[in-house]
Design a protein around this ligand. Structure first.
Ligand SMILES: [Cu+2]
Length: 150
């Protein structure tokens, strides 16, 4: 870019001007501003969409808790309705043995509640692994532990 000095041209460029054939012309801001506004709008809409992911809201037994009575099922509440066919819960003991009944289910009347039955749990630590697909087809997964100590 031609100009008296590069630094002056740079300052002018930063201020919204650019050099053209030795003349300073106003830089067009309208289009970039519109693009930026649309980008921001897309980001905001995208953030709203991301909010529809099924995030784990609470569990019973509570994550990290110690319970005296062995629970007969594990219940997970999510922030969004789940797609039962694609969602899983596994509960394993700390020595890796599967202790859940294998048929996790989502109630039609409570599509955000995912539950699985448990066998008779001995005292010890248990890991609950879950992988769910929300009705917007997004996948989320995680794990938590609880302990049985009568
Ligand atoms: Cu989502």
């Amino acid at each position: 870019m031609p100009g008296p000095t590069p630094s002056r041209a740079d300052r002018r460029a930063e201020a919204g001007f650019r050099w053209y054939d030795g003349r300073v012309v106003r830089r067009e801001y309208r289009v970039p501003a519109l693009v930026a506004a649309l980008g921001l709008l897309a980001t905001l809409l995208g953030a709203t969409g991301a909010g529809a992911h099924a995030l784990l809201e609470r569990t019973d037994p509570r994550a990290g808790s110690t319970v005296r009575t062995p629970p007969r099922e594990v219940r997970l509440w999510f922030t969004e309705a789940l797609e039962p066919a694609w969602s899983r819960i596994q509960v394993v003991s700390d020595n890796g043995r599967r202790v859940d009944g294998g048929e996790a289910r989502v109630d039609r009347s409570a599509p955000r509640l995912f539950r699985v039955s448990l066998g008779a749990l001995a005292p010890g630590a248990y890991i609950v692994r879950w992988r769910v697909v929300s009705v917007d087809s997004h996948v989320s997964e995680g794990r938590f532990t609880f302990r049985v100590a009568p």
